[in-house]
Write a protein that binds this ligand. Structure first.
Ligand code: COI
Length: 370
C-alpha cells in the first residue's frame, strides 16, 4: 500500500542553473529538495519534503562520536523515452532496514520503510526531475541516511533519530571505466570482522576502516582496495565500493554473502542474469592464492566489480604483495561488457525490463538520454 503524498516546502530559488551537467563527478552536487523524518518519543513522525539544507547537530550528538549511522544508495535514470526509472529500490529499502537493525536503530517495519522510501523518492523526482541528467552513464543517485541525533556521551543507542533522503546528479564513480581499474590486495588491514561484525551493514565504520588502506593504495598507484577476510587474510571479500566477480577458466565465481560483505543489489542482478544466460556463478570462498595461481596459469579471463555507484566495472590489474597481475582480456572483457550493456540497457529503458526491476516515475519529458 503506497503512502500518501508527503507535505512539501519548495525552495525559494533553485540552484539548478549553477550545475555543470558535463562535469558532474560523483556526489558533490545535491538537488534542491530532500526528504526528512524524525524519530522522537518512540515513533517516526513528521515525514516531509523540504529544501536541501544543513541540519543542526550539537557536538555532543553520540552519532558523531560512536558512529550510529547507516545509509544506502540507489539510482534513478532518465530513459531513452524520457521516462524516469528507479532501479530496484525495494532491495535498498530492505538493506537499509537490516543496517538499522544491526546498528540498534529503532526502524519501522520493513514494508512500511520500503513504501516511505519509494513514495519519498517519487516525490523528490517529480519535484527535482530537471536535476536528472540526460547522458548515458549519468543518473540521479539517491542517498537515504539515518542518524542518531541525541546528545549524550553514554555509549548506547540514541533515543532520537533523523531519516533523510537526498539526491545527487552523478556521472560515473570511476573515471577510467574504459581501461578498467587497478586493485591492491590488502593483507594487513581489515574492512570488517569475518563473523559477527558490521560487514553486511552499510554503515560509516566500514568506510572509516577503509580510508587508510585506500589512501595507501592510491599512493602506490592503485585505484581501490581488494579486501581479504578479517580472520586469516586469505579469502577474497569485496572492494568496498563494489562486490567482486572473477571469470576463471570459463567459470564465474564470487564470494558468498555471509555477514562480512555487503549484499549488493547489482551483485544480485548479475547473479540473476548469469543464471538466465546459462552461466551460473559459483558463490564460494575464493582464496587469494587461488587467484594468484590462476593468474600464473593464464586462466583469469575477466575480473569485474558490481555496485550501484560503480555499475559493472572492469578490473584491469590486481596487485598482491610485490607483484601486479594483469587481467588477460582487453578491458572490458566480453562478459563484463555484456553485463554492463544488459544492466544499463534495463536501467535506461533500452532493453525490456524482464525481471520487473524498474519502478517508473512519470515526469514531464524534459529531455531524453543521449
Ligand atoms: C554505492 O554503490 O551506492 C555505494 O554506496 C558505494 C560508495 C559510493 C560508498
Amino acid at each position: 500500500m503506497p503512502s500518501s503524498n508527503f507535505p512539501v516546502t519548495t525552495v525559494q530559488q533553485s540552484r539548478l542553473s549553477r550545475v555543470d551537467f558535463d562535469n558532474l563527478g560523483f556526489g558533490a552536487i545535491f538537488s534542491d529538495h530532500m526528504f526528512s523524518m524524525v524519530y522522537a518519543d518512540g515513533e517516526w513522525i513528521n515525514p516531509e519534503i523540504i529544501p536541501y539544507q544543513a541540519i543542526p547537530l550539537e557536538p555532543g550528538v553520540a552519532m558523531l562520536h560512536y558512529g550510529q549511522t547507516v545509509f544506502d544508495g540507489y539510482k534513478a535514470f532518465r530513459g531513452l523515452d524520457g521516462e524516469v526509472r528507479i532501479f530496484r529500490p525495494e532491495m535498498n529499502a530492505k538493506r537499509l532496514h537490516d543496517s538499522c537493525r544491526r546498528l540498534c536503530i529503532p526502524i519501522m517495519d520493513a514494508e512500511k520503510l520500503c513504501d516511505i522510501m519509494i513514495q519519498a523518492t517519487r516525490q523528490l523526482i517529480e519535484l527535482d526531475h530537471q536535476w536528472i541528467p540526460s547522458h548515458w552513464g549519468q543518473s540521479l543517485y539517491v542517498r537515504p541516511l539515518v542518524i542518531g541525533t541525541e546528545a549524550t556521551l553514554e555509549v548506547r543507542a540514541a533515543t532520537s533519530y533523523r531519516f533523510i533522503i537526498m539526491t545527487s546528479p552523478v556521472g560515473s564513480y570511476f573515471t577510467n571505466l574504459e581501461k578498467g581499474v587497478s586493485l591492491r590486495v590488502e593483507d594487513r588491514f581489515t574492512r570488517a570482522a569475518s563473523v559477527g561484525g558490521l560487514g553486511a551493514a552499510k554503515t560509516a565504520a566500514n568506510y572509516a576502516a577503509s580510508l587508510l588502506p585506500g589512501f595507501e593504495s592510491r599512493q602506490q598507484g592503485f585505484d581501490q582496495v581488494l579486501w581479504l577476510d578479517g580472520n586469516e587474510h586469505r579469502f577474497v571479500e569485496e572492494v568496498g565500493a563494489m562486490n567482486i566477480f572473477f571469470k576463471i577458466g570459463g567459470k564465474v565465481v564470487t564470494p558468498p554473502l555471509g555477514g562480512s560483505i555487503l549484499p549488493g543489489v547489482v551483485r544480485d542482478s548479475v547473479l540473476t542474469l548469469l543464471d538466465d544466460w546459462g552461466l551460473p556463478a559459483e558463490e564460494r570462498r575464493i582464496a587469494i592464492d587461488e587467484v594468484v595461481e590462476a593468474f600464473r596459469a593464464g586462466e583469469v579471463d575477466e575480473v569485474f566489480g558490481a555496485g550501484t555507484a560503480a555499475v559493472i566495472c572492469p578490473v584491469a590489474s590486481i596487485g598482491f604483495r610485490a607483484e601486479v597481475f594483469a587481467v588477460a582480456s582487453a578491458s572490458p572483457g566480453e562478459l563484463t561488457q555484456r553485463l554492463y550493456d544488459e544492466i544499463t540497457g534495463i536501467q535506461y529503458g533500452k532493453l525490456p525490463d524482464r525481471y520487473g526491476w524498474n519502478v517508473r516515475v512519470p515526469v514531464p519529458v524534459a529531455a531524453t538520454v543521449t
